[in-house]
Design a protein around this ligand. Structure first.
Ligand code: MCN
Ligand code: SMO
Length: 758
């Protein structure tokens, strides 16, 4: 409706625009930099940023290697697009012109462009001081040897997932200025984690936290991309801090494609062991993650591998598991969490493996999947990597998806020919989505700074309206609606009288923000707790005004009742704020404003789950795939807002379909990105997306307030698994199979050709 206020909408008097000169090469040693003559005061290098610290992300995982991510390049550039100079002008176009006048002299170095190449003995080094390119190696082994020796069925596969960009509608960006009245730096940045950005900026800039206010505007999508401290945030904030002016930078689409943090690129080597019925006995995996050049703050480059290793067993019940993960530095942009973090990759790998086992034993994949899933009667269930699945009926979701997509009818239909000559195939994928992780979970991934709790404030005002404030931010996922619903549950104040204010560090309690699908469980839990405490206070005041006992007071239809008598919330608000002489002598002076913190009963998080089922048609002449039907059966415990839950599932699935069929950021052997426009990088639009059909299940979590589980990432996890299983189902007749995404027409034709010439 044009009413949003994104970074690009902000206008401040005298505000200048920033453009970055970015590295044209993947790996080089900088020899010299020179500013254009007469424009020295508009161009800045790292050497100008005295006193600023680079972004250094620590991790407590043994063997993890540190990298210094400079806001502007220092000595070396390590990926195409790394910032070298910051240029300032009245307009972005002029700032870009200025960037072209900066001269840069460098010695180009050979680049590392793939994890496999980065692991080679004689590979060029992204960080010389490391001695190799391995940022982290982890090992897990619950004991695979016995199963490996005795299992009757052995399936060996290699899988690859592509490097992706996240493409929020508005890229990252910020306005920073010095507020003389408050004597502080104000940073209006498009972020999921405003309070964390304050911590990070304060550390890098050496500025007291009380001198930094982070005030996020509307965020046009976050998806993980905006849960990081970006080098541009440090650079532009530094400019505002030292120049005391107002500056803006907004990433454009090409910068996003070339210079922004990437995600998803994994390479798996998997050996699965099973019995003759396809019952999974053990899994042995090597997982390689191409982490790019630097470790992002605060989640580190190693979160991905840590999550991948821990999540590969998925929703399945088996005890023998070995996984080695390699986080390999390459000359590409840094690797960031992206909706689902690691799980889209692991779901793809394990779901294809389940289908491969089913083919090896000659059974229906859905049956093999159903028998391998953790059964409802086993809940709560602690799996081989110590994930504590709290509640749910995983086979139930698979059965429902099977029925909704009409598997039996599809199998019948496959016996005949499609009128247009195409082949159809059906595929399933079931996953768990850990949400609202506790402090110990992030600590075990090496990240001490991420707590498993949140706070929220509720305040009844004199006119009977309610203010809800939380430090978590809304990024499109709907929290301003659903947090109001939670407050409404406790107090009965109508939604139209509840104002939700999120994110501004100046007016909200501390929060680490919106990521890991923690928002509604944690911030929602905190709102619920605060509003319940406020309800008690309101009842005590109302009881005094109505001359009854607090236990006799009830909230109904947006009013406060005791027997025949009733009050409005405004009556109570007025009494407290405007007529203190009517209050009891032993008044609770804490008043009508409550801040409470909340954490779920367990540290292990609460687990949503879903099954996705896809029906595809494949044209073996062209390799084109159409999605004919797509079913999602999800369970996120108690749904706060079913419409939003469905929106989350569809939006996530749209991104997952991009992962499955279209999106890829390839690099050439010199480290040059080959997809720098949306003509080369294919995003699915409405014409590529199916009409989703959704089924809900509602198994409450025993561990969270109201039995709620998070759902924000789930939709993105399963599509690659479900769709590629469907493609492989259609390819069965050719004896072909693919294990790489996106499943482009070219890759599908290659697979058919390879099978024919075998
Ligand atoms: N919800 C609900 N009932 C439940 C669970 C969730 O009504 N049982 C609602 C919540 O109230 C909230 C939404 O679903 O409005 C997502 O809630 P939750 O799962 O708690 O996720 P977060 O609030 O922590 O949001 C972050 C999450 C993540 S990690 C990514 S990535 C992602 C996602 O949300 N990025 C998004 N969804 C997104 N949606 C949009 N439009 N834009 C993004 O950037
Ligand atoms: S990738 Mo979501 O911000 O955890």
């Amino acid at each position: 409706m044009g009413r949003g206020r994104f970074v690009g909408d902000i206008q401040l008097p005298g505000m200048l625009e920033v453009a970055f000169l970015r590295s044209p090469v993947a790996h080089a040693r900088l020899r010299s930099l020179a500013k254009p003559q007469g424009r020295e005061d508009q161009v800045f290098f790292w050497s100008d940023m005295a006193g600023v610290q680079p972004i250094v992300t620590r991790s407590s995982l043994p063997g993890y290697k540190l990298s210094s991510y400079y806001p502007l390049a220092h000595e070396k550039v390590r990926y195409v697009g790394e910032g070298i100079a910051l240029c300032v002008a009245p307009s972005r176009a002029e700032a870009e012109d200025l960037a072209e006048l900066v001269s840069v002299d460098f010695d180009e170095l050979p680049a590392v462009t793939e994890s496999e190449l980065g692991k080679a003995k004689d590979a060029p080094l992204v960080h010389e001081e490391w001695g190799d390119n391995l940022c982290l190696v982890t090992d897990f082994d619950s004991g695979i040897e016995e199963v490996a020796k005795t299992a009757p069925v052995k399936v060996v596969r290699e899988y690859k997932t592509a490097r992706q960009c996240m493409h929020p509608m508005e890229g990252k960006g910020l306005v920073a200025y010095w507020d003389f009245q408050a004597d502080q730096l104000v940073v209006i940045t498009s972020t999921q984690v405003p309070h964390l950005i304050r911590t990070g900026l304060s550390e890098c800039l050496g500025l007291d936290q009380s001198r930094v206010r982070v005030s996020p505007p509307d965020v046009g999508g976050g998806f993980g991309y905006k849960c990081l401290l970006q080098p541009e945030e440090v650079a532009v904030a530094w400019l505002a801090m030292t120049r005391k002016g107002a500056y803006r930078w907004v990433e454009d689409r090409r910068e996003h494609l070339v210079a922004g943090a990437n995600a998803r690129q994994h390479h798996y080597k998997v050996t699965a062991y099973a019995d003759e019925r396809g019952r999974l006995l053990g899994l042995d995996a090597e997982i390689n993650v191409d982490i790019g050049a630097y470790s992002v703050w605060p989640f580190s480059a190693c979160l991905e591998a840590a999550q991948a290793g821990g999540n590969l067993p998925g929703p399945y019940d088996f005890r023998a598991y070995r996984a080695r993960t390699y986080s390999v530095a390459t000359n590409k942009p840094p690797f960031a969490p992206y909706r689902g973090v690691a799980r889209p990759g692991v779901c793809f790998a394990i779901e294809l493996t389940i289908d491969a086992i089913a083919r090896a034993v000659g059974r229906e994949p859905v049956d093999v999947r159903a028998e391998n899933l953790v059964q409802a009667a086993q809940m709560p269930y602690t799996n081989v990597t110590n994930k504590h699945y709290d509640s749910g009926d995983y086979p139930g979701s698979l059965a429902k998806a099977r029925e909704m997509i009409a598997l039996d009818a599809i199998r019948e239909r496959q016996k005949g020919r499609e009128p247009d000559g195409r082949r159809i195939g059906v595929g399933f994928a079931t996953y768990t989505e850990q949400s609202a992780h506790g402090t110990k979970v992030f600590a075990a991934w090496g990240l001490p700074l991420v707590p498993g709790f949140e706070q929220a404030t509720v305040k009844l005002l004199a006119d009977g309206t309610l203010e809800v404030r939380a430090g978590i931010h809304t990024i499109g996922q709907g929290l301003e609606t659903t947090l109001a619903q939670v407050a409404n549950q406790a107090l009965g104040i109508p939604l139209k009288d509840i104002a939700v204010k999120l994110g501004d560090t100046a007016s909200t309690p501390y929060s680490t923000g919106a990521y890991a699908s923690r928002g509604i469980v944690m911030a929602g839990g905190a709102v619920s707790k605060s509003a319940t405490e406020l309800a008690g206070r309101v009842k005590r005041l109302a009881a005094h005004l109505l001359q009854c006992k607090p236990e006799d007071v009830a909230f109904r239809d947006g009013r406060i009742h005791a027997g025949e008598a009733s009050l409005s919330f405004a009556d109570v608000g007025k009494a407290w704020y405007l007529r203190p002489e009517t209050l009891p002598d032993d008044i609770d002076t804490n008043g009508l404003e409550v801040t409470q913190g909340y954490k779920p009963d367990v540290d292990s998080g609460v687990f949503s789950y879903a099954t996705h089922a896809a029906l595809v048609a494949l044209d073996a002449e062209t390799g084109m795939v159409d999605i004919l039907d797509y079913v999602i059966v999800e369970d996120c415990g108690q749904m706060v807002n079913p419409m939003i839950v469905e929106g989350q599932a569809y939006g996530g699935a749209a991104q997952g379909i991009g992962t499955a069929l279209f999106e890829e950021s390839p690099y050439d052997s010199a480290g040059q990105p080959l997809a720098s426009t949306l003509i080369d990088y294919l995003l699915p639009g409405p014409t590529e997306l199916p009409g989703f059909r959704i089924g809900h299940m509602e198994t409450l979590s025993p561990y969270s307030a109201h039995g709620i589980k998070g759902v924000g990432e789930g939709g993105a996890i399963a599509p690659a698994g479900a769709i590629v299983n469907a493609i492989n189902d259609a390819l069965k007749e050719y004896g072909a199979e693919i294990g790489q995404i996106p499943a482009t027409p070219e890759r599908i034709l290659d697979a058919i050709f390879a099978a024919q010439t075998k």
